[in-house]
Write a protein that binds this ligand. Structure first.
Ligand SMILES: [Zn+2]
Length: 319
């Protein structure tokens, strides 16, 4: 079976959508990699990150290691608090994404109010989740872009949020940190949402937050994780790396570049998540949604209980 990989690029804040967007695209073009761009369409409330930092010790440690002023910029850090929140999916961003779509990239949903989803999804009722997804879908539709996939902001998915995807006619979702593509089933055994294509490698901003990995060792650490997945008994899952432009293009592009070089040296090729979804078997493993801590990331992420070196499971299923 051939080795296949994808780079998912998450646009979660204004900085990712403005000054980091062109450098990110140049980086991918230099390596001839078509990517899947998951775009939050609503307000940039990154400023709320400051209040998160006060609440979550893990988030706070990560923020201090990534140098928040350099990573997010002063404007993003106060956006939605001291300054009004700006819309992430502006006309300029839509234009850039349409161009990229024409050049072989894919555009997908990544929620509307990213920060609100990240902070409150566990408490949102059906109607609030549906309203966020509909707002996201409407913004992308109004730009004339067809989105066939969705990635939950910050890998925070619940049974309700996955169920809400069911009516959107999507080909794929990428809501989890897990080892391989799967289908989610709820507590009643019912399949929910489209096939899930999880991110199964650490992100650059997570690697930056690992205290035992120096800046010169991030690329080799990621390469070690790639080799671990490639050496699994076949079939090898598609390798999915998630980039954040404000980090991967502006702070440290070496892990992403090493990933691309290593994958190609192993005989692999890059595809979009949509292309990978088309090639998935009908008999994907059926899994329950669980929560884990992801090393270098604050709070919880959704998973299926996969054993991955950077995930720490809480135990128990997510109802
Ligand atoms: Zn995001």
């Amino acid at each position: 079976m051939s080795l296949i990989a994808a780079i998912r690029v998450d646009i979660c804040c204004r900085r990712a959508a403005t000054e980091a967007l062109a450098p990110m695209r140049e980086l991918l073009d230099r390596h001839s990699v078509p990517a899947t761009w998951c775009v939050a369409t609503g307000p940039d409330r990154s400023g709320l990150a400051l209040s998160n930092a006060l609440l979550e010790p893990g988030f706070s440690r990560r923020m201090l290691r990534v140098n928040p002023l350099r990573t997010y910029g002063l404007r993003s850090l106060v956006a939605g608090t001291l300054l009004p929140a700006e819309t992430i999916f502006s006309a300029d961003v839509a234009k850039a994404l349409i161009e990229m779509g024409a050049a072989g990239h894919e555009v997908a949903l990544h929620g509307h109010d990213h920060r609100a989803w990240q902070n409150r999804i566990g408490r949102w009722p059906n109607e609030r989740i549906a309203a966020d997804l509909e707002a996201s879908r409407a913004a992308i539709d109004s730009a004339g872009i067809e989105a066939r996939g969705s990635a939950a902001p910050a890998w925070r998915a619940t049974e309700l949020s996955v169920e809400a995807l069911s009516g959107l006619g999507l080909l794929w979702a990428s809501d989890l940190r897990a080892r391989e593509p799967l289908r989610l089933v709820n507590s009643g055994g019912k399949q929910q949402g489209p096939p899930q294509i999880p991110v199964n490698l650490p992100t650059c901003d997570e690697l930056i937050a690992w205290p035992d990995v120096g800046s010169a060792d991030r690329a080799s650490t990621l390469a070690g994780m790639v080799r671990t997945l490639v050496s699994l008994p076949p079939p090898i899952p598609p390798l999915i790396y998630c980039a954040h432009p404000e980090v991967d293009a502006l702070i440290d592009s070496r892990p992403l570049q090493r990933f691309v070089e290593l994958l190609r040296a192993e005989g692999g090729r890059f595809a979009t998540l949509g292309e990978i979804a088309v090639g998935l078997t009908d008999r994907l493993p059926l899994r329950r949604l669980k929560r884990a801590r992801c090393r270098g990331r604050g709070g919880w992420v959704a998973t299926d209980g996969s054993e991955l070196p950077w995930l720490q499971h809480f135990g128990g299923e997510l109802g």
